[in-house]
Design a protein around this ligand. Structure first.
Ligand code: UTP
Length: 283
C-alpha cells in the first residue's frame, strides 16, 4: 500500500477570523512571509505525496493564483536581477501537481472531503486541514503514513490539550497500544468537560482508507447542520479499526486571531532577524 494522494479542504468561510477573512482565504494568511497553505502543501510533498486536491469555494481564487506561475512578477525579478526571490517563486510553481475542485455549498468538512471521492478513487489518502500547522522534525503526515501503511488502517493525528478546551475539538476515547499510538474506541465532537472521554484532541491531519466515503455518504448533517467528518469516522470505527497517533511536534493554527498571533511568534523565534526584533521589544 502506497499513499500518494492528499486532499486539502480549504473552502470554509473562516468566520472566527472575520473581518480579515471577508475577502481573503484564511489559508492565505501569511506566517511572516509565506501563506499557511504553502506549509501544508510542503508537508504533503515532504511526506511523499505527489498528487494534491485542494477543495476551494467562493472567494478562494487567491489559492489557485498563488500556486500558479506569476509571469509578470517573475519577469520583473529577472530584469532587476533579484534571482534569489525568482528561484523561490519558481519553487512554489513546481511544488506539486495540484488540482482544484469547488465546494459550491459549504455543508461542512465531511461534505468537502466527499467531493474528493472521484479524485481519490479506491486508494488510501491523506487529509490536511488548511488552517492547522504542525512544526516537527519528521513531518506529521509522514509519521501518520508510516503507521497507516504498517497497520493497513486509518490513522488520525491527536494531541493532548487542557481539559477546559475539549469543548472546541473532536476528542477520542482510545486505548494506548504502543508509545503514542492509540486504538480508537469512540470519537466525540466538541464534548463538555463532563462528557469528554479524554483530553486527546483531533487535529487536522488524517490518513483515511477509501471506505470513509461510504460512511460520509450516509452521514446526516450534525452540529451546525454540517456533515461532520467525526460523525462519519464514528460510524466507520464500529466496523473498521481506526488508530490515533500523538503528534511529535508542535500544533499551531491560524483559525482565529489569538492562535494566529501565537503561531507568528513561534515562527518569528526561528528567524534570527525577527528574534532580534522580539528581544529589542522585550518579548
Ligand atoms: P473550520 O471548522 O475551521 O471552518 O473548518 P471554517 O469555515 O474554515 O472556519 P470558522 O470555524 O468559520 O472560523 C476546518 C477545515 O475544513 C474546511 C475549512 O476550510 C478548514 O480547512 N471546510 C470547512 C471546508 O472545506 N468546507 C466546509 O464546508 C467547511
Amino acid at each position: 500500500m502506497r499513499i500518494r494522494k492528499a486532499v486539502i479542504p480549504a473552502a470554509g468561510f473562516g468566520t472566527r477570523f472575520l473581518p480579515a477573512t471577508k475577502a481573503m482565504p484564511k489559508e492565505m494568511l501569511p506566517i511572516i512571509d509565506k501563506p499557511a497553505i504553502q506549509f501544508i502543501v510542503e508537508e504533503a510533498v515532504k511526506s511523499g505525496i505527489d498528487d494534491i486536491l485542494i477543495i476551494t469555494g467562493r472567494g478562494k481564487f487567491e489559492i489557485e493564483d498563488y500556486f500558479d506561475r506569476a509571469f509578470e512578477v517573475e519577469e520583473v525579478l529577472r530584469r532587476k536581477g533579484k534571482l534569489d526571490m525568482l528561484k523561490k517563486l519558481e519553487e512554489i510553481d513546481n511544488l506539486a501537481d495540484i488540482h482544484y475542485l469547488r465546494q459550491k455549498d459549504m455543508l461542512g468538512l465531511g461534505h468537502a472531503i466527499l467531493k474528493a471521492k472521484s479524485f481519490v478513487g479506491d486508494e488510501p489518502f491523506v487529509v490536511l486541514l488548511g488552517d492547522d500547522l504542525v512544526k516537527a522534525s519528521v513531518p506529521c503526515t509522514k509519521d501518520l503514513i508510516h503507521h497507516a501503511e504498517k497497520l493497513g488502517s486509518s490513522v488520525i493525528a491527536v494531541e493532548e490539550i487542557p481539559m477546559e478546551k475539549v469543548h472546541s475539538y473532536g476528542v477520542v476515547d482510545a486505548e494506548e497500544v504502543s508509545n503514542g499510538l492509540f486504538k480508537i474506541k469512540d470519537l466525540v465532537e466538541k464534548p463538555s468537560v463532563e462528557e469528554a472521554p479524554s483530553n486527546l484532541a483531533i487535529l487536522g491531519r488524517y490518513v483515511l482508507m477509501p471506505e470513509v466515503f461510504e460512511y460520509l455518504e450516509n452521514t446526516k448533517p450534525g452540529r451546525n447542520s454540517e456533515i461532520q467528518l467525526t460523525d462519519a469516522l464514528r460510524a466507520m470505527n464500529k466496523e473498521h479499526d481506526i488508530y490515533a497517533k500523538k503528534i511529535n511536534g508542535k500544533w499551531l493554527t491560524v483559525g482565529n486571531k489569538v492562535e494566529y498571533f501565537k503561531t507568528l511568534l513561534e515562527f518569528a523565534r526561528d528567524d534570527p532577524e525577527l528574534l532580534k526584533v522580539l528581544k529589542e521589544l522585550g518579548l
